[in-house]
Design a protein around this ligand. Sequence first.
Ligand SMILES: Nc1ncnc2c1ncn2[C@@H]1O[C@H](COP(=O)(O)OP(=O)(O)O)[C@@H](O)[C@H]1O
Ligand SMILES: [Mg+2]
Length: 225
Amino acid sequence: MITAKNLTKRFGKIVALDNVTLEIPEGVNLILGPNGGGKSTFFKLSAGVYRPTSGRIRLFGKDPWKDTRVKVRIGVAYDPVSFPPLISGREWLEFIARSKGYGEEEVERVGKLFGLDFLDEQTRNYSSGMLKKLAVAQAFIGSPELIMIDEPLANLDFESMQNFVKLLKREKDEKSFLIISHIWEPLMPLVDRVYVIASGRLILSGEKNDVRDEVERLFKLRLDV
Ligand SMILES: Nc1ncnc2c1ncn2[C@@H]1O[C@H](COP(=O)(O)OP(=O)(O)O)[C@@H](O)[C@H]1O
Ligand SMILES: [Mg+2]
């Protein structure tokens, strides 16, 4: 679905992504790595939000920066979230739905899927958890074949995290996912592949069963220090 070849992104002197080559096939794909490592930069290059400094990124075989039509095949939730403050969540989701050729009934469907009971309030009144739920819901509008979510579990309470994991379990055979998440352990049973991006480089990637030990060594919280 996504291929990167020698992909590099600089912001002035900062090298956010440094010569990354990888392939992301169908299934549930998880990106891990430390803060500032380049995960969200890779994610935005894949979604066509950033233009590569050098190298190549392809989304379903197309250049997502130039061929914007390919974007109807993905649903994206960015992190940190950001919404216009004076519109309601429903108006925002309707805007996303219309841009993909869908109407109010699609917003209704996704609202039910996530149990969003606050869609008629303005987003400036939302808690950080509500904002995150709205962002994640946005990615499901139009049933895209690839759903990309940067930090789906951030700011969620325990029950909402469980609901997301259950939803992923239900949806994962129908769709593919690209997820960045620091909270990775509850997702692990559903994940097919893991990629670790640190200091702008791809330092580990592979099928879950092949990299699980290394992932645990790198990212399992140890509180007996
Ligand atoms: N739009 C931007 N402008 C300038 N610097 C950026 C921008 N986006 C990311 N960076 C920098 O690039 C590096 C990688 O950031 P990012 O991809 O957000 O990391 P991660 O998502 O892994 O935490 C960081 O040093 C960050 O400050
Ligand atoms: Mg990030």
